[in-house]
Design a protein around this ligand. Structure first.
Ligand SMILES: [Cu+2]
Length: 383
């Protein structure tokens, strides 16, 4: 950023010596634990400068501001580490969250109607790009704004053929950029994030709300509401997923690899392992698997074990196909590996990752030093 600013300044000095003012703004962020209240209860969490969400950065005239970021997430009243530990001990799924959040705020919910929600201040007659991020741990979310269409232009850092929709579906770890045109003169409009789950699995069914607030609208004026899709709205989810098309224009061609060196077929699923200590799970625990293999977290780093030839940490006989053939409804696209590394692949639902829905690709050295792993640094901490 400083570099391009500097270049711009040089050009500007050359053409308009009197108008040059180019500034890189510096901010100081302290990441600290602090007691934070949500859902009318408080607990210590990681904060920036003691605030959650972090401090507001104010843009000044002539600053280049890129995007409005909207982070969707989940909130547990309990310590989240304790929730996971409890689940691992019992063999069952972890407790679902107590609320969803939009930029850190759940909005008014039945259990705590007093709390306010996030406000997105907008001006009439503009187009805003919302960068939606699903930072929830376990839930796919629907996202809607009352009275406004969303134009989806990008999903997971890939341009898509733009399409309009009322409702976006976004999975944990995904990002989706949408354009919103503020085509009303004034008013307040409800923004809603609610879960999608069409299997008989428990989810946090509390809708998070925020407000799209047009400038010039009195804060006590009524909010135009919207009803989120029901949690089992498969048709809404499919409609969204089926609308995703690559841009595939001359400028942005959709280049997919056409040659396949190794064909791998991965099936992912859940299974049950014996666990005598798991009382709540009746002596068994739920595990997640890829080709019927569940991942057990090593205590020695995989790359370290490979580099120093330490045996007993991992094996290299991972099956390229599932042990049993059944009626697959889709196939896994080929994975293209390029550099010498250990690649960790895991499910983006935290609960599935905890249960072992993860694997590591160990890629051997290629030709020459540029395609080889460097030795670990001499000050690598020893266990
Ligand atoms: Cu999963």
């Amino acid at each position: 950023m400083e570099y391009s600013c500097f270049r711009l300044m040089l050009l500007a000095v050359f053409f308009f010596p009197a108008f040059v003012e180019c500034r890189t703004r510096h901010y100081k962020f302290n990441v600290v634990m602090k007691n934070t209240s949500r859902l009318c209860s408080s607990k210590p969490i990681v904060t920036v400068n003691g605030m959650f969400p972090g401090p507001t950065l104010y843009a000044r005239e002539d600053d280049t501001v890129l995007e409005v970021v909207v982070v969707l997430a989940e909130w547990w009243k309990s310590d989240t580490e304790a929730v996971v530990n409890e689940a691992l001990k019992s063999g069952l799924a972890p407790n679902v969250s107590d609320a969803h959040t939009i930029n850190g705020h759940p909005g008014a919910v039945p259990a705590c109607s007093s709390q306010g929600g996030f406000t997105l201040a907008v001006q009439s007659g503009k187009t805003y790009m919302l960068r939606l991020i699903n930072a929830a741990l376990n839930e796919e979310l629907f996202f809607k704004i009352a009275g406004h269409k969303l134009t989806v232009v990008e999903v997971d850092a890939t341009y898509v053929k733009p399409f309009q929709t009322d409702t976006v579906l976004i999975a944990p770890g995904q990002t989706t950029n949408v354009l919103v045109t503020t085509n009303k003169n004034t008013g307040k409009y409800l923004v809603a994030a609610s879960p999608f789950m069409d299997a008989p699995i428990a989810v946090d069914n509390i809708t998070a709300t925020a407000t799209l607030h047009y400038s010039g609208t009195l804060s006590n004026s009524p909010t135009t509401l919207t009803i989120p899709p029901p949690k089992n709205a498969t048709a809404v989810a499919n409609q969204f997923a089926n609308s995703l098309r690559s841009l595939n224009s001359k400028t942005f061609p959709a280049k997919v690899p056409l040659t396949v060196d190794h064909s791998l077929l991965f099936t992912v699923g859940l299974g049950i392992n014996p666990c005598p200590a798991c009382k709540a799970g009746n002596g068994s625990r739920v595990v997640a698997s890829i080709n019927n293999v569940t991942f057990v977290m090593p205590t020695t780093a995989l790359l370290q074990a490979h580099f120093f030839n330490i045996s007993g940490v991992f094996t290299t006989d991972f099956p390229a196909n599932p042990p049993q053939a059944f009626n697959y409804t889709g196939s896994t696209p080929p994975t293209n590996l390029q550099t010498t590394r250990v690649w960790f692949m895991h499910c983006h639902l935290e609960v599935h990752t905890t249960w072992g829905l993860k694997m590591a690709f160990l890629v051997d050295n290629g030709k020459g030093p540029n395609e080889s792993t460097l030795p670990p640094p001499s000050d690598l901490p020893k266990c």
